[in-house]
Design a protein around this ligand. Structure first.
Ligand SMILES: C[S@@+](CC[C@H](N)C(=O)[O-])C[C@H]1O[C@@H](n2cnc3c(N)ncnc32)[C@H](O)[C@@H]1O
Length: 277
Protein backbone atom coordinates (compact mmCIF):
# COMPACT_ATOMS: atom_id res chain seq x y z
CA UNK A 1 0.00 0.00 0.00
CA UNK A 2 1.37 3.46 -0.96
CA UNK A 3 1.43 5.77 2.03
CA UNK A 4 -1.15 5.83 4.79
CA UNK A 5 -4.91 5.86 4.46
CA UNK A 6 -6.54 9.12 5.43
CA UNK A 7 -9.90 9.15 7.21
CA UNK A 8 -10.37 12.81 6.14
CA UNK A 9 -13.70 12.03 4.41
CA UNK A 10 -15.22 10.60 7.58
CA UNK A 11 -18.11 12.46 9.17
CA UNK A 12 -17.92 13.21 12.89
CA UNK A 13 -19.91 10.06 13.62
CA UNK A 14 -17.76 7.86 11.43
CA UNK A 15 -14.58 9.23 13.03
CA UNK A 16 -15.72 7.54 16.25
CA UNK A 17 -14.79 4.16 14.73
CA UNK A 18 -11.16 5.12 15.32
CA UNK A 19 -11.74 4.93 19.10
CA UNK A 20 -12.53 1.16 19.32
CA UNK A 21 -9.87 0.49 16.68
CA UNK A 22 -7.26 2.31 18.78
CA UNK A 23 -8.54 0.58 21.95
CA UNK A 24 -8.11 -2.88 20.43
CA UNK A 25 -4.69 -2.04 18.99
CA UNK A 26 -3.47 -0.89 22.43
CA UNK A 27 -4.98 -4.00 24.04
CA UNK A 28 -3.13 -6.28 21.64
CA UNK A 29 0.17 -5.43 23.31
CA UNK A 30 -1.03 -6.32 26.84
CA UNK A 31 -0.18 -9.64 28.48
CA UNK A 32 -3.62 -9.69 30.19
CA UNK A 33 -5.56 -8.66 27.08
CA UNK A 34 -9.36 -8.79 27.20
CA UNK A 35 -9.24 -9.74 23.53
CA UNK A 36 -6.52 -10.14 20.92
CA UNK A 37 -7.07 -8.28 17.68
CA UNK A 38 -4.01 -8.51 15.49
CA UNK A 39 -5.82 -6.77 12.62
CA UNK A 40 -6.52 -3.69 14.75
CA UNK A 41 -2.83 -3.41 15.68
CA UNK A 42 -1.87 -3.79 12.01
CA UNK A 43 -4.43 -1.28 10.72
CA UNK A 44 -3.60 1.42 13.25
CA UNK A 45 -0.14 1.82 11.73
CA UNK A 46 -1.65 2.30 8.28
CA UNK A 47 -3.91 5.23 9.17
CA UNK A 48 -2.86 8.86 8.92
CA UNK A 49 -4.37 10.08 12.19
CA UNK A 50 -3.07 11.43 15.48
CA UNK A 51 -4.14 8.59 17.80
CA UNK A 52 -2.14 10.12 20.66
CA UNK A 53 -5.19 12.30 21.36
CA UNK A 54 -6.85 9.21 22.90
CA UNK A 55 -3.97 8.39 25.25
CA UNK A 56 -5.82 9.70 28.31
CA UNK A 57 -9.02 7.79 27.43
CA UNK A 58 -8.24 4.85 29.70
CA UNK A 59 -11.86 3.97 30.50
CA UNK A 60 -12.84 3.90 26.83
CA UNK A 61 -9.80 1.80 26.00
CA UNK A 62 -10.85 -0.84 28.51
CA UNK A 63 -14.59 -0.50 27.87
CA UNK A 64 -14.38 -0.84 24.08
CA UNK A 65 -12.37 -4.06 24.48
CA UNK A 66 -14.64 -5.46 27.17
CA UNK A 67 -17.68 -4.73 25.00
CA UNK A 68 -16.15 -6.31 21.91
CA UNK A 69 -15.13 -9.40 23.93
CA UNK A 70 -18.69 -9.84 25.26
CA UNK A 71 -20.14 -9.48 21.77
CA UNK A 72 -17.57 -11.91 20.36
CA UNK A 73 -18.88 -14.35 22.98
CA UNK A 74 -22.46 -13.74 21.85
CA UNK A 75 -21.48 -14.38 18.23
CA UNK A 76 -19.66 -17.61 19.13
CA UNK A 77 -22.66 -18.75 21.16
CA UNK A 78 -25.05 -18.13 18.24
CA UNK A 79 -22.77 -19.88 15.75
CA UNK A 80 -22.37 -22.88 18.06
CA UNK A 81 -26.17 -23.34 17.82
CA UNK A 82 -26.60 -22.25 14.19
CA UNK A 83 -23.58 -23.33 12.13
CA UNK A 84 -25.25 -22.14 8.94
CA UNK A 85 -26.21 -18.71 10.25
CA UNK A 86 -26.14 -15.35 8.55
CA UNK A 87 -24.32 -12.69 10.59
CA UNK A 88 -24.71 -8.99 9.84
CA UNK A 89 -22.58 -6.33 11.54
CA UNK A 90 -24.15 -2.89 11.14
CA UNK A 91 -21.89 0.14 11.58
CA UNK A 92 -18.95 -2.26 11.44
CA UNK A 93 -16.33 0.47 11.09
CA UNK A 94 -12.91 -1.21 11.06
CA UNK A 95 -13.90 -3.91 13.50
CA UNK A 96 -12.37 -7.30 12.59
CA UNK A 97 -14.84 -9.55 14.39
CA UNK A 98 -15.05 -11.99 11.47
CA UNK A 99 -11.29 -12.49 11.76
CA UNK A 100 -11.34 -12.58 15.59
CA UNK A 101 -13.87 -15.40 15.69
CA UNK A 102 -11.82 -17.40 13.19
CA UNK A 103 -13.52 -16.66 9.84
CA UNK A 104 -16.37 -19.09 10.58
CA UNK A 105 -17.81 -21.03 7.61
CA UNK A 106 -21.30 -19.52 7.98
CA UNK A 107 -23.92 -19.18 5.24
CA UNK A 108 -22.95 -15.50 4.98
CA UNK A 109 -21.28 -12.81 7.05
CA UNK A 110 -21.93 -9.17 6.10
CA UNK A 111 -20.16 -6.06 7.40
CA UNK A 112 -22.04 -2.85 6.59
CA UNK A 113 -21.13 0.79 7.05
CA UNK A 114 -21.44 4.11 5.24
CA UNK A 115 -19.72 4.27 1.81
CA UNK A 116 -16.81 6.50 2.92
CA UNK A 117 -16.01 4.08 5.74
CA UNK A 118 -16.28 0.98 3.57
CA UNK A 119 -13.89 2.54 1.05
CA UNK A 120 -11.25 2.70 3.80
CA UNK A 121 -12.20 -0.73 5.13
CA UNK A 122 -11.82 -2.30 1.68
CA UNK A 123 -8.25 -0.95 1.49
CA UNK A 124 -7.19 -1.84 5.04
CA UNK A 125 -9.09 -5.05 5.68
CA UNK A 126 -10.24 -6.65 2.42
CA UNK A 127 -13.07 -9.19 2.40
CA UNK A 128 -11.75 -12.64 3.28
CA UNK A 129 -14.86 -14.81 3.14
CA UNK A 130 -17.16 -12.10 4.54
CA UNK A 131 -18.98 -9.60 2.32
CA UNK A 132 -19.01 -5.82 2.53
CA UNK A 133 -22.08 -3.68 2.06
CA UNK A 134 -22.16 0.10 1.62
CA UNK A 135 -25.26 1.67 3.11
CA UNK A 136 -27.12 2.73 6.20
CA UNK A 137 -28.43 0.47 8.91
CA UNK A 138 -31.80 2.16 8.34
CA UNK A 139 -31.98 0.91 4.74
CA UNK A 140 -34.06 -2.17 4.07
CA UNK A 141 -31.78 -3.62 1.37
CA UNK A 142 -29.30 -5.30 3.70
CA UNK A 143 -32.12 -6.90 5.68
CA UNK A 144 -33.75 -8.25 2.51
CA UNK A 145 -30.40 -9.64 1.37
CA UNK A 146 -29.92 -11.37 4.74
CA UNK A 147 -33.48 -12.72 4.65
CA UNK A 148 -32.98 -14.19 1.17
CA UNK A 149 -30.67 -16.89 2.61
CA UNK A 150 -33.56 -18.39 4.60
CA UNK A 151 -31.19 -19.07 7.54
CA UNK A 152 -31.06 -17.94 11.19
CA UNK A 153 -29.87 -14.33 11.28
CA UNK A 154 -27.77 -12.64 13.96
CA UNK A 155 -27.52 -8.85 13.72
CA UNK A 156 -24.79 -7.06 15.67
CA UNK A 157 -24.81 -3.32 16.20
CA UNK A 158 -21.99 -2.14 18.45
CA UNK A 159 -21.17 1.42 19.45
CA UNK A 160 -23.80 2.86 17.12
CA UNK A 161 -27.34 3.13 18.50
CA UNK A 162 -26.45 5.69 21.19
CA UNK A 163 -25.77 8.22 18.43
CA UNK A 164 -29.38 8.11 17.24
CA UNK A 165 -32.56 9.38 18.90
CA UNK A 166 -35.19 7.01 20.25
CA UNK A 167 -37.56 7.50 17.26
CA UNK A 168 -34.77 6.43 14.90
CA UNK A 169 -33.90 3.41 17.04
CA UNK A 170 -37.58 2.44 17.11
CA UNK A 171 -37.80 2.82 13.31
CA UNK A 172 -34.71 0.61 12.95
CA UNK A 173 -36.25 -2.06 15.22
CA UNK A 174 -39.54 -1.94 13.27
CA UNK A 175 -37.78 -2.37 9.94
CA UNK A 176 -35.44 -5.08 11.23
CA UNK A 177 -38.12 -7.34 12.67
CA UNK A 178 -40.61 -6.66 9.85
CA UNK A 179 -38.14 -7.93 7.25
CA UNK A 180 -36.42 -10.49 9.53
CA UNK A 181 -39.04 -11.62 12.07
CA UNK A 182 -36.75 -14.34 13.50
CA UNK A 183 -33.63 -12.17 13.79
CA UNK A 184 -31.61 -12.01 16.98
CA UNK A 185 -30.08 -8.61 17.72
CA UNK A 186 -27.04 -8.06 19.91
CA UNK A 187 -26.45 -4.42 20.81
CA UNK A 188 -24.79 -2.31 23.47
CA UNK A 189 -26.94 0.11 25.45
CA UNK A 190 -25.74 3.23 27.14
CA UNK A 191 -27.32 4.31 30.41
CA UNK A 192 -29.40 7.50 30.46
CA UNK A 193 -26.76 9.01 32.75
CA UNK A 194 -23.98 8.20 30.25
CA UNK A 195 -25.86 10.08 27.53
CA UNK A 196 -26.17 13.19 29.73
CA UNK A 197 -22.44 13.14 30.47
CA UNK A 198 -21.35 12.80 26.81
CA UNK A 199 -19.38 16.07 26.87
CA UNK A 200 -17.14 14.53 29.54
CA UNK A 201 -16.66 11.20 27.72
CA UNK A 202 -12.92 10.52 27.92
CA UNK A 203 -12.50 9.64 24.23
CA UNK A 204 -15.23 11.64 22.48
CA UNK A 205 -14.13 14.90 24.08
CA UNK A 206 -10.85 14.60 22.16
CA UNK A 207 -12.58 14.80 18.77
CA UNK A 208 -12.94 18.21 17.13
CA UNK A 209 -15.74 20.08 18.86
CA UNK A 210 -17.26 21.31 15.60
CA UNK A 211 -17.87 17.80 14.22
CA UNK A 212 -18.03 15.73 17.41
CA UNK A 213 -21.24 13.65 17.51
CA UNK A 214 -23.49 13.62 20.56
CA UNK A 215 -24.95 10.69 22.41
CA UNK A 216 -28.71 10.79 21.92
CA UNK A 217 -30.14 7.54 23.23
CA UNK A 218 -29.66 5.69 26.46
CA UNK A 219 -31.93 3.65 28.72
CA UNK A 220 -32.09 3.69 32.52
CA UNK A 221 -33.06 0.00 32.43
CA UNK A 222 -31.99 -2.41 29.64
CA UNK A 223 -35.57 -3.74 29.53
CA UNK A 224 -36.58 -0.31 28.16
CA UNK A 225 -35.00 -1.20 24.81
CA UNK A 226 -37.34 -4.17 24.41
CA UNK A 227 -40.31 -1.91 25.14
CA UNK A 228 -39.73 -0.07 21.86
CA UNK A 229 -41.47 -2.84 19.92
CA UNK A 230 -44.41 -5.09 20.90
CA UNK A 231 -43.27 -8.68 21.38
CA UNK A 232 -39.60 -7.83 21.78
CA UNK A 233 -37.89 -9.69 24.60
CA UNK A 234 -34.56 -9.36 26.33
CA UNK A 235 -33.05 -12.85 26.09
CA UNK A 236 -29.75 -11.91 27.79
CA UNK A 237 -28.17 -8.92 29.52
CA UNK A 238 -24.44 -8.57 30.16
CA UNK A 239 -23.00 -5.88 32.41
CA UNK A 240 -19.86 -4.44 30.90
CA UNK A 241 -18.41 -4.18 34.38
CA UNK A 242 -18.42 -7.97 34.71
CA UNK A 243 -16.25 -8.24 31.60
CA UNK A 244 -13.64 -5.61 32.34
CA UNK A 245 -14.35 -3.94 35.70
CA UNK A 246 -11.26 -5.57 37.22
CA UNK A 247 -9.19 -3.19 35.09
CA UNK A 248 -11.01 -0.03 36.28
CA UNK A 249 -9.31 2.25 38.82
CA UNK A 250 -10.14 1.64 42.48
CA UNK A 251 -12.43 4.68 42.86
CA UNK A 252 -14.58 3.45 40.01
CA UNK A 253 -14.66 -0.12 41.27
CA UNK A 254 -15.94 1.24 44.57
CA UNK A 255 -18.60 3.27 42.77
CA UNK A 256 -19.72 0.15 40.90
CA UNK A 257 -20.27 -1.60 44.20
CA UNK A 258 -23.22 0.74 44.75
CA UNK A 259 -26.63 0.13 43.15
CA UNK A 260 -26.47 3.70 41.78
CA UNK A 261 -23.14 3.02 40.07
CA UNK A 262 -24.28 -0.22 38.46
CA UNK A 263 -27.51 1.35 37.23
CA UNK A 264 -26.14 4.66 35.99
CA UNK A 265 -22.56 4.04 34.95
CA UNK A 266 -22.47 0.57 33.48
CA UNK A 267 -23.07 -0.13 29.82
CA UNK A 268 -25.24 -3.16 29.08
CA UNK A 269 -24.96 -5.55 26.18
CA UNK A 270 -28.27 -7.16 25.30
CA UNK A 271 -29.58 -9.96 23.14
CA UNK A 272 -33.04 -9.09 21.83
CA UNK A 273 -35.47 -11.50 20.18
CA UNK A 274 -39.00 -11.04 18.97
CA UNK A 275 -41.85 -13.28 19.99
CA UNK A 276 -44.84 -13.64 17.71
CA UNK A 277 -47.62 -11.22 18.77
C1 LIG B 1 -18.23 4.03 17.30
S1 LIG B 1 -18.17 3.45 15.65
C2 LIG B 1 -18.32 1.71 15.95
C3 LIG B 1 -17.65 0.89 14.91
C4 LIG B 1 -17.62 -0.61 15.19
N1 LIG B 1 -18.93 -1.15 15.42
C5 LIG B 1 -16.72 -0.95 16.35
O1 LIG B 1 -17.22 -1.27 17.41
O2 LIG B 1 -15.51 -0.86 16.17
C6 LIG B 1 -19.76 3.87 14.94
C7 LIG B 1 -19.91 3.40 13.50
O3 LIG B 1 -21.25 3.61 13.06
C8 LIG B 1 -21.18 3.96 11.69
N2 LIG B 1 -22.44 4.59 11.27
C9 LIG B 1 -22.90 5.83 11.53
N3 LIG B 1 -24.10 6.02 10.98
C10 LIG B 1 -24.43 4.86 10.37
C11 LIG B 1 -25.56 4.43 9.61
N4 LIG B 1 -26.62 5.22 9.40
N5 LIG B 1 -25.55 3.18 9.12
C12 LIG B 1 -24.51 2.34 9.34
N6 LIG B 1 -23.41 2.71 10.04
C13 LIG B 1 -23.37 3.94 10.54
C14 LIG B 1 -19.99 4.88 11.62
O4 LIG B 1 -19.53 5.09 10.30
C15 LIG B 1 -19.00 4.12 12.51
O5 LIG B 1 -18.27 3.18 11.77
Amino acid sequence: MDGKVSPADFSGLSETLLIPLWAKAVEYRRADALLRDEEAARMLDLIDYDFSRFESAKMSQIGCCGRAAVIDGEVRRFLAIHHDAVVVQLGAGLDARFERVGRPPVAAWYDLDLPEVMAVRRRLLPESGNRYLEGSLFDEEWAREAAAHGKPVLVVVEGVLMYFGEPQVRAFFEMLWRVLPQAVLVADLMSGFGVKKAAKHDALRNLDEASRPEFKWGVPDPEDAAKLLPGLETAAVHNLYAACGHRYPLWLRLLYKTAWGRRNLDMKIVRLEKQAV
